[in-house]
Write a protein that binds this ligand. Structure first.
Ligand code: DP6
Length: 315
């Protein structure tokens, strides 16, 4: 039995759209921070080879998970191993825009690698995790992480200690999203009139965010990260059928964060394919930000995260 733990990451320069070729390759370079506190714990047990089939238990329930089954089948085409029981538990809502597939696939590849002694290095594990879910490639590393051409294996950009920002996650719904990221981004590529400009400008956004992180320039990172988020949601909203992931609390939280920033609080927001707000803060302002977000109508709970490490075997 082998157990791995991984944390979700949140993109500051977003990935929304794939290249038109096999391998689940993003259309644009993207950049994230890995969080602490929110955790996926995945345990692998070898089943009797007569068992025939893998057994997948996300959060304690036996399910027929096609995404994981497809991933295991691709992985087995390179590495032969017995049927497995996979138990995976999240300490946060699954499939609600909190990047559970990122931490899930990152923990899975690390656990399989150790359990079957495959000796894959972190870059190769990142590449395999990408096949499961492209954002998962980034959760192999801690701190600030880039997923870029030509190899599309994630690379560490800077450590957690380079710039120890904090994130207040504001949860305003526990519901699973109606349209998955994979389906949503395929619809966007096919129908949003803004998709081509989104792809065209992503390289510039990535370069500017990288400069801001290297220089620890909060105002510059705030500007580019909010812009990347709002451009991605503009693509989503102009997709047919429309992809509307926000709720009224998401919008109220964005306004509250803009207002705090206007008063001198170092904070910016980002939002993924779900309504949860992620407020990235200078740690000296985290308490203020959490208090404001927690009191907004419709806010169910808030969680404060530090930047966290990459996926690893549980000691
Ligand atoms: C909005 O990595 O979940 O969180 O590769 O199809 O599994 P697949 O998509 P996924 O998409 C993440 C989209 C996002 C933005 C981001 O994390 O960059």
């Amino acid at each position: 039995m082998t157990t791995a733990i991984a944390h979700p990451n949140i993109a500051l320069v977003k990935y929304w759209g794939k290249q038109d070729k096999p391998g689940n390759v993003p259309a644009t370079p993207n950049l994230s921070i890995t969080l602490s506190n929110l955790t996926t714990t995945t345990t692998i047990q070898t089943l009797d080879s007569n068992a025939g089939q893998d057994e997948i238990f996300p959060n304690g329930v036996h399910v027929d998970d096609q995404k994981i089954a497809q991933f295991l089948s691709a992985f087995r085409s390179s590495f032969n191993f017995e049927p497995v029981k996979i138990s995976s538990d999240n300490n946060f809502p699954t499939g609600a825009g909190l990047a559970s597939s990122a931490s899930g696939f990152a923990a899975l590849v690390v656990a399989l690698n150790e359990h079957f002694k495959l000796t894959l290095d972190r870059e190769m594990l990142s590449e395999w995790a990408r096949l499961g879910s492209a954002s998962a490639a980034r959760s192999l590393f801690g701190g600030y992480v880039a997923l870029v051409p030509p190899l599309w294996q994630a690379q560490p950009l800077a450590s957690e200690s380079h710039w120890p920002l904090q994130v207040v996650v504001g949860i305003s719904s526990q519901a699973t999203k109606a349209v998955s990221s994979t389906q949503g981004m395929n619809l966007s590529r096919a129908s949003s009139p803004y998709y081509s400009s989104w792809v065209r400008d992503a390289g510039d956004d990535f370069a500017e965010a990288t400069d801001a992180i290297n220089a620890r320039d909060f105002a510059k990172l705030a500007h580019i990260a909010e812009l990347s988020c709002l451009k991605m949601h503009s693509v989503m909203l102009t997709t047919t059928p429309t992809l509307s992931y926000w709720n009224s609390t998401t919008l109220t939280a964005m306004d509250a964060i803009r207002e705090l920033r206007a008063q001198g609080t170092e904070v910016f927001f980002t939002v993924d394919a779900g309504p949860q707000i992620k407020a990235v803060c200078n740690p000296e302002h985290t308490e203020t930000v959490e208090k404001v977000l927690a009191e907004l109508p419709g806010m169910l709970s808030t969680v404060v995260c530090d930047l966290g490490p990459g996926a690893q075997i549980q000691a």
